[in-house]
Design a protein around this ligand. Structure first.
Ligand SMILES: NC(=O)c1ccc[n+]([C@@H]2O[C@H](COP(=O)([O-])OP(=O)(O)OC[C@H]3O[C@@H](n4cnc5c(N)ncnc54)[C@H](O)[C@@H]3O)[C@@H](O)[C@H]2O)c1
Ligand SMILES: O=C(O)[C@H](O)COP(=O)(O)O
Length: 526
């Protein structure tokens, strides 16, 4: 497996890749997009920070890519839908740099309040601007925190330690949660009205892009100071410039910009504007944390399939994977068997989890069923990441339900598929700890190990039918490992399940189909 590190990564992460069994790592940072595109097909994994742009165009060329690992949080430089479509797992390291970034926001607030950057610059120019650079205390001032996630909540906590009053706006966190954490919850309008300092800690989304704009500034207190250590574009830079010019905003600190690096920003002319070149996460500690985390996650994924912190597929940690593995195998085999039993374009797939699954998150099992079912249609284009998207793209309705009753079993997975021509149902369970079994095909009860060569035969329930099958296979040196016979609910038809030691060749299948009492023969390979 080959890993490409295309942005600066803490040395420890590179060492971890070098020491990992079966993994080779190349470090090639700062490549122009065309050069990256030319080499990307050699790699199974790509490690990035915020500089590399993982576009649809790059992903198209990345024919072997299995995983993109972001050493950090923000993924706005990755086209996640395009990665999902191509079956590429996208992971980030959501916690490694949150303290560092929160500290940067606090540092910005104090630097703004006490004119530290300007004091440094003017003193170095030989000026002693003591009077001009009088600052203000943050003690007893109100800090408005927009976004009460991982970073916003740490900023709020640190500000509390600095004896500030903290008001929070986050439409996705209940006022009760905010109050339980010891802060005041506010509407955005109230936060704007009350805050002496405003700091934003929201992701860059459709709703947050440009949210701090002319209209927002108009609602703010005169003399407010603004900090953005989240993402460029959340603050409209032209509107900020105007608000600073008018005196509404008396200080602003940006770590992130609409375009990075920013070119000839008018904000640079303002004495009360301070900035850093996207340094929020740049401490030794944070870079060690995210490098270790991304290396661990990618190595684990490439070596064992364990998925942690992926944004486009459910996390399946090693522990959970162990518990889920027999169900994942069963789901995949049920999908694969179903694909061989049906005909006509798929319309609906209903998966029912019946009985006790000990609280396991079964969504990866649903994905495994889809993967098994769709593989014959799309071959190796499909994997556990893009299977749900592929089903959706094909207009297939997928439903998942749970019920308490598992008939005679502890638990049972039932898959019902409707095509334009027919419908079929399978049920499966896990015997003991690790033995997947198909226990029902439509109404036919059986006990089938979903592996190897087998066949389903429909025949007329008359003497001689079973004997004729046995002798035809025997004459052609095909050994029957297991045979189960059942009666269909209606009519005089039998259904026979056969397991054979070797595949049944096409000419023998034809001989079986030609037998007088045989209706259909469906060979199955699992
Ligand atoms: N400057 C840096 O170097 C740096 C470093 C790390 C993270 N970041 C950025 O910081 C931001 C926050 O990161 P995090 O880890 O705390 O994210 P998070 O997902 O833990 O928290 C984001 C919070 O924003 C809230 N939110 C979403 N839409 C909102 C809206 N319209 N108004 C108010 N709140 C809203 C969410 O409910 C959530 O609680 C992200 O943009 C991330 O990319 C920047
Ligand atoms: O989202 C993040 O983690 C930060 O913006 C850090 O970005 P960086 O890794 O490019 O410093």
């Amino acid at each position: 497996m080959k890993v490409l590190v295309s942005d600066n990564l803490g040395e420890i992460g590179i060492q971890m890749f070098q020491e990992a069994e079966g993994i080779e790592v190349d470090v090639n940072t700062g490549l122009p997009p065309e050069e990256l595109k030319a080499i990307i097909s050699d790699y199974d994994a790509l490690v990035i920070r915020s500089a590399t742009k993982v576009t649809e165009d790059l992903l198209e060329a990345a024919t072997n890519l299995k995983v993109v690992g972001r050493a950090g949080i923000g993924l706005d430089n990755v086209d996640i839908p395009a990665a999902t479509k191509r079956g590429v797992v996208v992971m980030n390291t959501p916690t490694g740099n949150v303290v560092t970034t929160a500290e940067h926001a606090i540092a910005m607030m104090l630097s703004l309040s006490r004119n530290i950057p300007r004091g440094t610059a003017t003193l170095k120019q030989g000026k002693w601007e003591k009077k001009k650079l009088q600052g203000r205390e943050i003690f007893n001032k109100t800090l408005g925190v927009v976004g009460f996630g991982k970073i916003g909540s740490i900023v709020a906590d640190r500000a509390r330690g600095l004896k500030m009053r903290v008001v929070i706006y986050d439409p996705f966190v209940t006022p009760e949660q905010i109050e339980k954490a010891g802060f005041e919850s506010a509407t955005l309008a109230d936060l704007y009205k009350q805050a002496d300092y405003i700091t934003v800690h929201v992701p860059k989304l459709k709703d947050t892009l440009g949210m701090i704009n002319q209209e927002a500034f108009a609602q703010m207190k005169d003399g407010v100071m603004l900090i953005n250590c989240a993402r460029g574009g959340i603050v409209n830079e032209a509107d900020l410039y105007a608000a600073m010019k008018s005196g509404k905003v008396v200080g602003a600190a940006l770590d992130v910009f609409e375009t990075e690096p920013p070119e000839n920003s008018p904000l640079f002319e303002m004495d009360n504007f301070i900035c850093t070149p996207h340094l929020g996460a740049s401490t030794k500690e944070a870079q060690t944390n995210v490098a270790v985390a991304v290396a661990e996650q990618i190595i684990d994924y490439l070596q064992t399939g364990t998925v942690v912190n992926a944004v486009n597929v459910p996390s399946v940690t090693g522990d959970l994977l162990e518990k889920l593995r027999p169900y994942l195998t069963l789901g995949d085999r049920m999908g694969c068997l179903m694909a061989q039993l049906i005909c006509g374009p798929l319309k609906e797939i209903a998966i029912e989890y019946m009985g006790d699954f000990k609280g396991l998150d079964l969504s990866p099992v649903t994905t495994a069923v889809l993967q098994g079912l769709l593989t014959p249609m799309v071959k190796d284009m499909i994997n556990s990441v893009n299977a749900p998207v592929m089903a959706k793209d094909r207009g297939i309705r997928v439903t998942e339900t749970a019920s308490a009753d598992a008939e005679d079993y502890t638990n049972l997975i039932r898959v019902r598929v409707v095509t334009t021509d027919m419908s079929a149902t399978l049920a499966g369970t896990v015997f003991g700890k690790n033995d997947p079994r198909i226990v029902k095909i439509n109404n036919f009860r059986l006990e089938m190990i979903p592996q190897g060569h087998s066949a389903i035969i429909h025949n007329q329930d008359k003497p001689g039918a079973i004997g004729s099958i046995g002798s035809t296979l025997g004459e052609n040196k095909i050994n029957i490992g297991r045979m189960q016979v059942g009666q269909e609910d209606e009519g005089d038809r039998n259904i026979i399940f056969l397991r054979t030691d070797t595949p049944i060749p096409e000419d023998v299948l034809e001989k079986l189909r030609a037998l007088p009492l045989i209706n259909t023969v469906i060979p199955l390979e699992l």
